[in-house]
Structure formats: C-alpha cells, structure tokens
Design a binder for this molecule. Structure first.
Ligand SMILES: Cc1cc2nc3c(=O)[nH]c(=O)nc-3n(C[C@H](O)[C@H](O)[C@H](O)COP(=O)(O)OP(=O)(O)OC[C@H]3O[C@@H](n4cnc5c(N)ncnc54)[C@H](O)[C@@H]3O)c2cc1C
Length: 440
C-alpha cells in the first residue's frame, strides 16, 4: 500500500503555493472547504487565521482534496489490514505490533508533523478524518493514533524547544509511539490536583509519583509527564517533562484489564526519582496546566471523531445484516419498526459529525472552539452509545455473540463518556461558557 506521506507530497506543495495571506478576522465567519485553497498545508496550520469571508459556504462535512485522500487511504488500510485482526486483538487485549509499524509506514502517526521532520504536513482536520475512519473499524487503533497525533505530537509542535523538535519529531513521525501522562490515582476530573512531584537538581529535575490510565503506554517510548515543581503554587507549579522509556526509576506498574478498547494499552506508571535532563523540560516551568488545557481542548475533537466513527461502523455493520437477514418472508430491515430506528440513528450520527467537523474547522480557522469541542465530544459519545446499543438489538442473537464487531463497538463506546474529560465535565464546560455569554 502506498504511503500517505509520499502520496500527499504533490498536493501539499500545491496547497502551500496557492495559500493566500492569512488575515485575522474579528467577526463570526464561515468555515470553508475549497480544493485549491485547501487548509492542508504545513505552512498555515498552527498560528495563522484564514480569511474566509469571500468563500462561498460549503457543507461542513465536505473534505478538501487532501482530506479526501486521507479518508480513502485510511479506510482502505483499516478494511484491508486492521479489520481481519480486530477480534483477535480484542480477545488478546493487545495491539498487533505489525499494525503499529504500518501506521507509521502509512504516515498516519505524523499527520500534522511538517514534511521537513518526516511527517505528512497535513492539517488538523485531516487527522480528525483519519481518527474517524479508523474508529469505523477499530476504536482501539483509532485512540492510539488520536492520542499520538492530537496530544503528543501537538504538544511537541506547540511547546518544545528547537532541539527537542529536531530530536523527537522525526521519531514521532516514523517509529516512536507517544503517551500523554496527566491522570493519577488522586486526580482524574480534578486533573490539576496531581501529586507527582518534580524537584530541581543541578543537572535538571527528578520526578517522583504515579500516573494512572495512560493510553499507549505499553507501546510508547516517549512520555509527556505532568508534575508539580512547587505544590505551594497549586496548579501554577505544574510543568511538563519528556520522559523516555528506559530512564532509571521509570516503570510500568500495571496494565489494566478493561471493558472496551481492550487492544489499546492503559497502564499505571511509576516514577521513582527519575532523573530528567534540563533539556527535557517541555516549554516553560509552571506552564504545564495551560498546555494541558489547550491540548485537551483540541484532543476532545479527536475523541468526538472516534465516537462518530464508532457509531457509523456499528450502524453500517448492523444495517448490512438487517437487509440480508429474513424473517416472516422479508428482510428485517424492511419492517417499519426497524426502518424508523435506523433512520433515527443515522440522523444522530450525521448531527454528531456536523458538530465534530464544525469544531475542527473552527479550530483551524483560529476561532474559539472550546464550547464546540465539548459539545461534539459530549454528543458524539452519547450517539455512539445509543447507536451501537441498538445495532446489537437489530442483529438479534448475532449481535450478542463475540463474533464480528457489534458487541465490541458497544463496549468500546463507553469510554467516550470518560476519557479526556467525562460527560459531566463537558457539560460543566459548556454551561460555564453559556453563563459567560448570556449572563447580563
Ligand atoms: C481507557 C482509559 C484511557 C485513558 N487514557 C488517559 C491518558 O492517556 N492520559 C491521561 O492522562 N489520562 C487518561 N485517562 C484518564 C481519564 O481522563 C480519566 O479517567 C477521566 O478524566 C476521569 O477521571 P476519573 O477516572 O478519576 O473519574 P472521577 O474524576 O473520579 O469521576 C467519577 C465521576 O464523578 C463525576 N464528577 C467528577 N467531578 C465532577 C464535577 N465537578 N461535576 C460533576 N461530576 C463530576 C465524573 O463525571 C464521573 O462521572 C484514561 C482513562 C481511561 C479509562
């Protein structure tokens, strides 16, 4: 299969050369989708705002040329390479290392990493497209790609020093899996109550404490770890550090056995006076809480995409069955009772997708997207739970057995309401922003 990085090169350079100067706009604006003015350029992806005022409105879920390529190539890869392994990986509760290798080979692990560092040099929405397409087939593989791209790579791209970028971005794009380590036994929703302690030394820092629930940690060699340098300052003491696998005092204490996304590793990590060189501080001391908030705001759109992909995958799997399976002399999908449920579910998936792509495009246009990201994650998780649950019922007994993907998708859907901020936390964020908007 052709690598996405190679395949996209001509498109990316075309988009870069046709990019118009970016202008910051103060008023609400439309998000665009337009081939020649594709957002898919390394050049424009981070700090710039796109002038979209004179571009005709287009359906929010339409893809640019580059995003279409991403969707097609991920979908092909997911169906040909991942699908045959999904059930076995779930039963074994392990990610197949060949899949991880191929995710790198295909360029899916460095979507936004610029080409000069060996990445695909694409835009944020392209990463969202990839995460969604993967989740249609396996939400476990999807979350590996999601955390690696939207949290880890983004953290390095946004906050790392030039030396750290030079050292790590080529590896993160081609071979090294990353983990994002914020949660602890004592701090989940209240993330900044974390207890892990960092201490300054002559050579740099030491870190002592525990992290819990860390995705990708069995496969990762690169860990972004949040620790507090000065607990007397509260959350303002939190800093982010790069910890490498093999550093003395760093170990995986336990791998969790889970209800869903079983092939995705989730572990407890121990840090016992781990010595961190000065250069492994990510960004500035005391800024860790700001980085985490900003990264998780973006990351939530990824989880929302994972949940819409999951819902669509569960729907498609059951719909195909419903139009084949016959009872009372006709396809069960032709009974009105089934048709109405399917129509309702598909409508909800479409609504969730609209929220996801609206949030992604607002982020890319430089607009405030925090409420949109929270709404997308909240709603997409709810839709994923409802659709995958009904999909089991549409398949009768065949939906209930551990064959195919029906019951797995439902189990996998539960995580959408938990990680990167529970549904209650999303509601709190939305409510807080609504109050700021409407309070007189
Ligand atoms: C499979 C998996 C993978 C994960 N991956 C990562 C990872 O890679 N990195 C990482 O750092 N973390 C990760 N997490 C941690 C995840 O982000 C936390 O589990 C999540 O934030 C919730 O924290 P908690 O589990 O401690 O639940 P708690 O915070 O204890 O919440 C329990 C319940 O209380 C409710 N609640 C808490 N506070 C409030 C409030 N103020 N108002 C209303 N309700 C409230 C919650 O909504 C929830 O229903 C992962 C978790 C899981 C399960």
């Amino acid at each position: 299969m052709a690598s996405l990085v190679r395949a996209l090169r001509p498109l990316a350079s075309k988009a870069t050369s046709s990019a118009r100067p970016a202008v910051r706009i103060a008023r609400p604006s439309r998000i665009y989708q337009h081939g020649a003015r594709s957002l898919s350029t390394t050049m424009r992806q981070r700090s710039e705002v796109v002038d979209i005022t004179d571009i005709p409105p287009t359906p929010i879920t339409h893809y640019s040329e580059t995003e279409t390529m991403m969707a097609d190539s991920v979908s092909k890869f997911a169906n040909e390479v991942i699908a045959p392994k999904v059930r076995d990986m779930d039963e074994a509760e392990e990610m197949d290392p060949e899949i991880v290798e191929q995710l790198f080979e295909q360029g899916f692990m460095g979507v936004e990493i610029p080409e000069e560092f060996g990445g695909a040099g694409m835009n944020f929405t392209a990463a969202i497209v990839g995460i969604e397409e993967l989740a249609r087939v396996d939400p476990s593989v999807s979350v590996m790609v999601d955390v690696h791209n939207t949290l880890v790579n983004t953290a390095v791209l946004k906050y790392a020093s030039a030396e750290l970028k030079k050292k790590w971005l080529p590896k993160l794009a081609t071979s090294t899996v990353g983990s994002f380590c914020l949660s602890e036994p004592v701090s989940g929703s209240d993330a900044f109550a974390l207890a892990t302690k960092a201490t300054k030394t002559d050579a740099g820092y030491t870190i002592t404490g525990n992290k819990m629930w860390i995705t990708n940690s069995m496969e990762a060699d690169f860990f972004i770890v949040f620790a507090n340098l000065d607990h007397s300052k509260g959350y303002k003491g939190i800093s982010a550090f790069i910890v490498e696998k093999g550093m003395k005092g760093f170990s995986i204490a336990k791998k969790e056995k889970k209800l869903g996304i079983k092939a995705s590793s989730t572990c407890v990590l121990n840090f016992d006076d781990v010595e961190i060189p000065k250069g492994n501080l990510l960004g500035e001391e005391g800024q860790g809480y700001k980085y985490a908030i900003s990264l998780l705001n973006e990351g939530r759109i990824g989880i929302a995409a994972q949940m819409t992909g999951l819902a669509l995958g569960a729907f498609e799997n059951a719909a195909k069955y419903a139009f084949e399976r016959k009872q009372f002399g006709q396809a069960i999908g032709d009974f009105q009772g089934m048709q109405h449920q399917m129509a309702q579910c598909y409508t909800e998936i479409a609504a969730a997708r609209a929220l996801v792509y609206n949030a992604a495009r607002k982020k890319e246009a430089g607009e405030d997207f925090v409420k949109d990201a929270a709404m997308a994650k909240l709603f997409a998780s709810q839709v994923a739970g409802r659709v995958s649950g009904l999909a089991i019922e549409w398949m009768g007994g065949m939906g209930f057995v551990r064959e195919g993907i029906a019951e797995k998708m439902w189990r996998d859907s539960k995580i959408g309401a938990i990680y990167e901020g529970t549904s209650n936390i999303q509601l709190t964020t939305i409510a807080k922003l609504l109050k700021a908007e409407y309070k007189v």
